[in-house]
Design a binder for this molecule. Sequence first.
Ligand code: ADP
Length: 717
Amino acid sequence: MSRIASVLIPMPLPEAFDYAEPEGMGLEAGDQVAVPLGPRLIRGVVTGLRDATGGNRPLKPVAERLDDPRLPPGTVEFVQWAARYAVDAPGQPLAIALRGARAPKPRPTRVVRATGVQPARPTPARAKVLAAATRAMAPAELARAAGVGAGVVKGLIDEGVLALDHVTPDARFDVPDLTRRGPDLSASQAAAAEAMTAGLGGFGVTLLDGVTGSGKTEVYLEAAAAALAADPDAQVLILLPEIALTQAVIARVTARFGAQPGEWHSDVAPPMRRKVWEGVAAGTCRIVVGARSALFLPFRRLKLIVVDEEHDGSFKQEDGFIYHARDLAVVRGRIEDAAVVLASATPSLESLRNAETGRYRWLKLAARHGTARLPDIELVDLRETPPEAGRWLSPPLVAAMGETWARGEQTLLFLNRRGYAPLVLCKACGERMTAPDTDSWLVEHRYTGRLVCHLTGFSMPKPAACPHCGAKDSLVSIGPGVERVEEEARALFPDARIAVFSSDTVFDAREARRLVETMAAGDIDILVATQAAAKGHNFPKLTLVGVVDADLGLRGGDLRAAERTYQLLAQATGRAGRADRAGRALLQTYAPEHAVMQALKAQDRDAFVAAEMAERELAGLPPFGRLAAVIASGPDAAQLDAFVREMAEVAPNTPGVEVYGPADAPLGLVRGRRRKRFLVRCDRGVDLSAYMAAWRARVKVRGQLRVAIDIDPYSFL
Ligand code: ADP
């Protein structure tokens, strides 16, 4: 009987489409196929096959089964689960999963290898070929090695004595050397590694909760070694929030296993992406270190997923397909029956709650490795000891920098703000420079001499006159970014070696690695950095961290403002004083009495978490309740208004679910589109995705209007 194939296409279409399977094609679920869509042939993935039972409408046939790896069932299931969770088209996560499959291939070459079949007609020339065929090699190379003509090799291929294969030249991955050992673990590290290893072999989530420098990486690499050793096909995935951090962990994995892991992030060149994708699908790439989208790779036998710095907001993908890689890592682990390890010195409240209630195994590392101590943290009250006018570094911080430099040690100045100044205004008319058709200030960048919108990417040269009132030389730069702090540090310490680390100054993975290595080698005295450098790295001679604006993250105050500020500053200050050198951190603040500052100073995470949890519980906010956001947008304000009113009217009435809005989004205008938001809150037991899908189904999105749904939102702009 003929069969019908459901084919999912990596585009934002609502569902899989049915095609007829041509006689004898022998499709299986997960196969990549070419199917007609409109006038074109397009790549898709078979998600299911069923018998065609009489009288159906005629279906277009599948055009071709592509000669590309089949997606394993776990990957297909994960893609479908993710789409349902995010209330989005399944083609969206599928497009992420196929990103490597569609990248251009390194060109394949032909190789032959002996099959073990004996030639029907043995000759001396044939015997020479068989003696030379000790490994797979190109037919011409084999003929040369055996000292025979190409015809002899071809004859043996035709007879089945040699098998002909097509291989990609560099399709191989280093095999991890599991005889290598890591460092001797301390008693508490060894206990954590043992508990983690005991949890391998099936699904389960572990929260590895250890202060900065306690050896979390060493511990999870030990668990990775155990997972790889237990099963010759096992694969391990290590997820990190930043490209700079992937570089550091790749170096450590390479040193630990004598093998380069597969690398996966936006900066990996397409042929390499293809290689990793295919190596993961074939099972030859056994360790992957990557950014969030590595979670969608077609693993054959995934046994361990590590999410390092699990609290980090960068795991949330905010545009296109909206998802949180930490949350989805747990789902992927369940689907693949793999162990999941979430590691952090400042775990998210979500993960802490799961650990407290026993859903996650909770492993703690309370102290830094060896004799290294946590830094002393001091608050600098900017009301009492302000910087000079037009400067940003206060006298106590400048004095500490001087002492640090005199001792030949390093300073990290942390400011989570790119560019030179976050705002440019006209002192004649008061006009603030904003991006065209967007509610966002233009940030001044002195290196490039441009004003840049960090939201839309728009940029323009800094004008000589105010575009609003025409006054000349009236534009002034307000507030500091890293470039401005660097300028000030250079003026204060003209002989010091100073560098800036932000996503504007460090463009790619190689540059990030170079800068991290230079800093680690002690060849930079003062590093001015955004969060790109403030996480996870070990800089042995770094003994002073100065936080230029500790209050920055508290402004604007969304749900996680305090939590995020605490995490970021604990991470940044945690860079100080590793490797046996005492460290110091100075936090410049106008609000030293704020709970976050007090908790940082006392290094009392538990008290901070307890207070924050109590507030969230009272309000029914995450992790005690759940949220979803709806962002509706469109170019026409009146049409958008009418639309969101209509949306509000059709919101389903469900016990335990509250809908707030519509309200103007704080970013009310982006690229000429007006934006409105709803916020939905529900109790933990509610199937929020199902609720949102039901609401969405009642709404007809017309013309240029757009509706984006964000489950478990992290941004409220
Ligand atoms: P974390 O991931 O918790 O920040 P790391 O694993 O990076 O901690 O460890 C911090 C530093 O201490 C690293 O340089 C690491 O190599 C070193 N270290 C940790 N544990 C050990 C150990 N048992 N033996 C030797 N060095 C260790």
